[in-house]
Design a protein around this ligand. Structure first.
Ligand code: NAP
Ligand code: ZN
Length: 352
């Protein structure tokens, strides 16, 4: 199937229109028309080759919402017309212990990311959701509860699950104290989800410019991370801190803010950290951990939780041709709080 999208052709050139083929439907595949796609900072890292493993052309986008247009002969859980979503994963071995446990992101034989990864069968580079159409095997398609407004669902598929998963892993609930470093796409979902789970939530931001937003998103307070007196006053406060900072940074100022046995979980920056000191770790049995998105089962659980609590991301809708400007604004942390591309702005290939 011929489709159109936007691709990065090199680390230094703007994303540009790109026509390509989606694979012919396999028996267990679902084909969808993409209606909306969120813009994650990982899309920007990939377009710019920040992690050093980008294959060009690269079609980013892993916060995908659309409607089923066709199903393969063996598909049982979806019908044409269903509202569906796809996140960061499109395949895994389905046989290893991690896949059996519903944690396909840790597949022993290698997960397949929605973009910039080799297809398990053909080896071809996967292309993501900055496009009009997508073909994905049934097991990696999520059902969108019909009480959620479709135009706002997309960021749940990465920003939502990436913050929900550590909240669940570390058993956050009423009485928990959660800190969130960086109020961007992931950060604002961390606030909404932690508040939705009943936790006391503190945003840690570089300035106080997002304070009113933080409170209206559901946080109990905003702590300015550059204010050393305020940081000192917050010592031994948190059970869990979710760190969404997208660049190399220093976690040392945050560690003493954890209680004994508290955990700082990194979900931002894939790569080196400024050198952590062991002092707060050893003296408080504190931990630095990491977390990668979440499995399909947990992603569906998160979507259903958001439907039940009516938790939706704050979205700024853009046209596909505004993506380069959106990337620049995201780099300046000027996004409140997730760009979502309206794919109706991208003409179908036949209309070109
Ligand atoms: P984002 O919307 O750009 O938000 C990042 C926030 O971090 C900004 O709003 C800003 O908050 C803060 N920040 C930005 N630059 C900073 C700097 N130089 N120093 C300190 N703080 C800074 O990005 P996002 O989409 O939430 O993604 C965040 C990171 O998570 C990215 O690196 C992305 O690749 C990664 N990610 C990881 C996973 C995973 O599975 N682990 C999944 C998705 C994304 P303030 O203005 O409030 O300080
Ligand atoms: Zn993402």
């Amino acid at each position: 199937m011929k489709t159109i999208g936007y691709a990065a052709l090199s680390p230094s050139t703007p994303l540009a229109p790109f026509t390509f083929e989606r694979r012919a439907l396999r028996a267990n595949d679902v084909a969808m028309e993409i209606l909306y796609c969120g813009v994650c900072h990982s899309d920007l890292h990939t377009a710019r080759n920040d992690w050093g493993w980008t294959q060009y052309p690269a079609v980013p986008g892993h916060e995908i919402v659309g409607r089923v247009t066709q199903i393969g002969a063996d598909v049982t859980r979806f019908r044409v017309g269903d509202a569906v979503a796809v996140g960061c994963l499109v395949d895994s071995c389905q046989e290893c212990d991690h896949c059996h446990q519903g944690e396909e992101q840790f597949c022993t034989n290698g997960r397949t990311d929605t973009y910039n990864a080799p297809d398990r069968i053909t080896g071809e580079n996967t292309y993501g959701g900055y496009a009009k159409h997508l073909v994905v095997r049934e097991e990696f398609v999520l059902r969108v509860p019909d009480t959620l407004t479709l135009a706002h669902v997309a960021p749940l598929l990465c920003a939502g699950i990436t913050t929900y998963s550590p909240l669940r892993t570390w058993n956050v609930g009423p009485g928990s104290r959660v800190g969130v470093i960086g109020l961007g796409g992931l950060g604002h979902m961390a606030v909404k989800l932690a508040a939705g789970l009943g936790a006391d939530v503190t945003v840690m931001s570089r300035t106080n410019s997002k304070e009113a937003d933080a409170l209206s998103l559901g946080a109990d307070r905003l702590l300015v991370s550059s204010d050393s007196a305020a940081m000192a006053a917050a010592q031994s406060h948190f059970d869990l801190i979710i760190d969404t900072v997208p660049v190399k940074h220093d976690v040392n100022p945050y560690m003493p803010l954890l209680k004994v046995d508290g955990t700082l979980v990194l979900v931002g920056q894939v790569g080196p950290l400024a050198e952590p000191t062991t002092v707060p770790l050893i003296l408080g049995r504190r931990r630095i951990a990491g977390s990668l998105i979440g499995g399909i089962r947990e992603t569906q659980e998160m979507l259903d939780f958001c439907a039940k609590k009516q938790i939706l991301p704050d979205c700024e809708m853009i046209r596909m041709d505004q993506i380069n400007e959106a990337f620049e604004r995201m780099e300046r942390a000027d996004v409140r709080y997730r760009f979502v591309i309206d794919m109706a702005s991208l003409p179908a290939p036949s209309a070109q």
